[in-house]
Design a protein around this ligand. Sequence first.
Ligand SMILES: [Fe+2]
Length: 299
Amino acid sequence: MAKGSIVAGVLAPHPPHLVYAENPPQNEPRAECGWEVLRWGYERCRANIKALKPDVLIVHSPHWPTFVGHHFLGLPRFQGLSVDPVFPHLFRYTYDVAIDVPLSLAIKERCDQAGMTTSVVKNPAFRLDYGSIISLHLINPLWDIPVVFISANQAAFYYSNEIGAQVAADLGHATRAAIEESGKRCVLLASCSLSHRHFVNEPEIPEDMSYERIHHHGQYLWDMKVLEMMRRGQTRELLDIMPEFIEMATSEVKAGCLTWMLEAMGVPDYPAEVHAYGTVIGTGNAVVEWNPMRSGRTH
Ligand SMILES: [Fe+2]
């Protein structure tokens, strides 16, 4: 069997507004328009990912927070209704998700071998987290590729951002080892925003773009700083400043998603492709692709 590989990694933020504005049949609320720059960026990224013909999409999301280790899904299918608790008027999404259970359990096994605490969900009524569902929908709205969900272990981040990053790196290394052993072509999705301070009031029409802007200038400067590092391939340096970025911009990368993905990819030193940057209720969001083939790097 050929060695498996990570064929791409995507920073794939999950504001429910983006799915709301797309009006897919699975989502109940209807929108007129909104957040087009981000949605068009997702369209471009989606085409690149589809061209890679991945076997599996693996997503790590802050909205499946766990406090005793990392959890994995152990059943082949989950169906249900996902409602965003903050924006229930924007996101009420009916999902039907096929899980790659062998790979899910293989990553769990590698985590166990590395001395990490893990758990497997075997409750068919378990409700999948909306962050993962939104990122997966925006990357593959047809849902015709099996997926693996990984929970965000937040215990280490409570201790410090630095220790949290170490645990996220351990998870990344375990993920990579399991992928290589699986023989599968995998795409990783880090489901999070960049800066994450947001407004607490919403306009009467949620998609009224005359209200949409960054929460404050300092947050914008931080977002541009980290995007420039991604564009230059300065990923190691980015990981070095991640703890400070988390503090200064209240960044959602605190959940460990981006660190997990970059570490799993071996801390790529080639330029990432920034497909879009835009704000959603004041938070900074970017669709960014690390694709070794498109960057002229083999993997
Ligand atoms: Fe979120």
